[in-house]
Design a protein around this ligand. Structure first.
Ligand SMILES: NC(=O)c1ccc[n+]([C@@H]2O[C@H](COP(=O)([O-])OP(=O)(O)OC[C@H]3O[C@@H](n4cnc5c(N)ncnc54)[C@H](O)[C@@H]3O)[C@@H](O)[C@H]2O)c1
Length: 312
């Protein structure tokens, strides 16, 4: 076995929740490129099937299964559909997530409940259904990867979002401790600010600030997670479990008092940062706004930045 075959996912069967666009789509593409067949589970019945079609066009099997991760029956049913089509399930990426902006002193309980339901309860319901499916198979070689966030460890959004992500990290650790006995590895990945549709309304002036405060000097793309997800899905990580793999270009190292300088250009330039974002917005039927405001996508985020950065 050559060293590179450690990362080979040929013949593996995977699913990605929230896989229609953004980080989930990036994870699905990465798994497919490494050889896996990949199912897309998502609420979005418009874009989800297109993403599955793209994977099939790249000569891996794929199917789209409509699924709201907050609904236990839907999750159980979706995992069964994937296992029926593929014959088994080896890899699952629990990525579906939302953020709702708002100050905590007035944050409505309904919004708190929504964020916790998708980000934390949804990830648990998925992990549970996936582990049950893996246990029905045998011999088990399962890899469950939850998408957490740097927000699990820093304070950058609000209590609901940051608390939900801290919950995902600790839930990951607990499930890893419990399910190691079955040879199911459970890990999570914590990205920083990723240019997905969730961050389509992060104006260019804010992107510039993120570059200045990130040692590796560019804003994160879904592609920047490809290596991490292939590692955690493959035999290369067989002895890694309960780990939170922070993939943030150094953003949370807190290395700065002033904007960081650079000696050489970053590996990724601003045009390259937005390649998948443009693709995703196009699939959603939305125009890309050169200023990065994209008021059709997340007007509340664009509004929130206006005060802080003086953007219009
Ligand atoms: N974008 C970032 O900067 C960033 C950073 C750190 C972590 N994250 C996390 O990464 C994950 C993906 O984020 P993204 O930026 O790609 O978001 P996104 O909004 O661009 O895409 C999210 C996808 O999840 C789907 N989805 C939402 N609710 C769902 C539900 N209840 N059931 C099934 N599917 C659902 C959406 O339809 C969409 O396809 C989330 O968990 C998010 O919290 C994002």
């Amino acid at each position: 076995m050559s060293d590179l075959s450690l990362f080979d996912l040929s013949g593996k069967k995977a699913l990605v929740t929230g896989g229609a666009v953004g980080i989930g789509r990036g994870c699905a593409v990465a798994l497919a490129q490494a050889g896996a067949d990949v199912a897309i589970l998502d609420l979005d019945t418009n874009v989800g099937p297109k993403t599955a079609e793209e994977i099939r066009a790249a000569e891996r099997d794929s199917l789209f299964v409509p699924c709201d991760v907050t609904q236990r029956e839907q999750v159980q049913d979706a995992v069964r559909q994937v296992a029926e089509r593929f014959g088994r399930l080896d890899i699952a990426v629990n990525n579906a997530g939302i953020g709702i902006l708002g100050a905590d002193e007035t944050f409505p309980q309904a919004d708190w409940d929504k964020v916790i339901a998708v980000n934390l309860t949804g990830a648990f319901l998925c992990a549970q259904a996936e582990a049950q499916q893996m246990l029905r198979q045998g011999p088990i070689e399962g890899k469950i990867i939850n998408i957490a966030s740097m927000s699990a460890n820093i304070c950058n959004c609000n209590a609901a979002y940051n608390g939900s992500k801290a919950g995902v990290v600790q839930m990951t650790r607990m499930l890893a401790a419990e399910w190691g006995q079955y040879n199911i590895n459970v890990n999570c990945i914590s990205p920083s600010y990723v240019l997905s549709p969730m961050h389509a309304s992060t104006p260019v002036v804010v992107r510039k600030r993120i570059r200045e405060l990130t040692p590796l000097g560019h804003v994160q793309r879904p592609d920047d997670l490809h290596g991490a997800v292939i590692f955690l899905a493959s035999a290369a990580s067989n002895y890694v479990t309960g780990h939170d793999l922070v993939v943030d270009g150094g953003h949370t190292l807190n290395a700065w008092l002033t904007p960081l300088g650079r000696c050489v250009p970053p590996r990724v330039n601003p045009e390259e940062e937005i390649v998948q974002l443009k693709h995703d917005l196009d699939a959603m039927g939305l125009p890309y706004d050169q200023d990065g405001i994209n008021p059709d996508v997340h007007p509340e985020i664009a509004d929130a930045f206006k005060g802080a950065f003086g953007t219009e």
